[in-house]
Design a protein around this ligand. Sequence first.
Ligand code: ADP
Length: 385
Amino acid sequence: MSGHRIEAAGLGKSYGSVRALAGIDLEVEPGEFLVLLGPSGSGKSTLLRTLAGVERPDAGTLKIAGRTVEDAGTHLPPERRDLGMVFQDYALWPHLTVAQNVGFALRRSRLPRTEAAARTAEALGSVGLAEHAGRYPSDLSGGQQQRVALARAIVSRPGLLLFDEPLSNLDADLRERLRLEISRVTRLCGATAVYITHDQSEAFALADRIGVLDHGRLVQLDRPEEVYRNPATAFVARFTGCAGELPVQVAGTDGQRATVRIGSIALSIRALGTLHPGGTASMIIRPDAAAFTSPTEADAVQAVVTDVAYRGRGYEHAVRTEAGLLTGLHGPTRLERGARVGIRLSPQGCHAHPGACNNGEEPKATTVRFEPEQRVPFPGRQPAL
Ligand code: ADP
């Protein structure tokens, strides 16, 4: 089975004075796994519900598999869009068995009974629940119930799968396992997937491409690596992994780069927006762009450790510099509270923007994990800037 191509142009939706979707242009390739990432209220659900056909946009067009499903004079209902959906709260029928819940999705297909039963068994097998077919949802754990919902979404072999924050009701360890399951099963069946979440680590782990939504606008649509390395706006940078923001002086600009100074240290970094030499700017720092080093080292920002948390694979620290607070800094050893340290900044992970430093008012994402070899053991040196 091949996945559907999605083509959206100028999709808009307002609720009174709130523009939930402010003109969305989006193309998703057949078989692609797209994650829509954004904070609460950014328009993710409205966009997903528009793709599903349960919400009517008030502007724009939408094609699924080359067929217009939405424009000024067209609205195809969900059951005619060849899609499956997985919800946050599983949405299973409590009075139906697991097999009946999954088979229910085939009721419109007019398949012979034996074929429908075989497909139901196959779908349950693919999520590892074959032996639970006769049970009721209340007998199952949350993770198992969500796997039933996944089986129900794929049983009719749709060309499009829509996921509405499917992991948010699960505990952390289950979330990780089910994320892998969703990724495996979706890619196995070849369907195009659109998945919404406000959790950037989930988005980075699952996506072929990530679409970042900010106040109803799609502000970046790129591979996860690209979103992380080259965030399009300060909002994207903040929302996809940020240790903090520090004020800097702009020493010079050159196209999309700027030389900025923090104390006596100069860094050549990406500029998000127009910066003016001689003026001030804010520098957004990725957690992996700040490495611990000796406080006596030249080019190190002076800091004091204010907090340390053990994270299994290492320690996460918060530090106070003269210019502001940085959090989520990884180190292989425990640095005690009150210790004086140096922070060496890697320019690849720093982005300057003309706005004010924003440390906490906007939603900030949790730390992104990195490969151990990318880390520099304290008090080692990073490669020269
Ligand atoms: P998200 O899924 O990213 O949290 P939503 O798409 O649910 O965002 O909401 C986008 C904006 O539209 C929000 O400001 C929200 O309050 C508003 N909104 C969504 N649905 C409705 C509705 N049915 N009635 C009024 N406002 C709505």
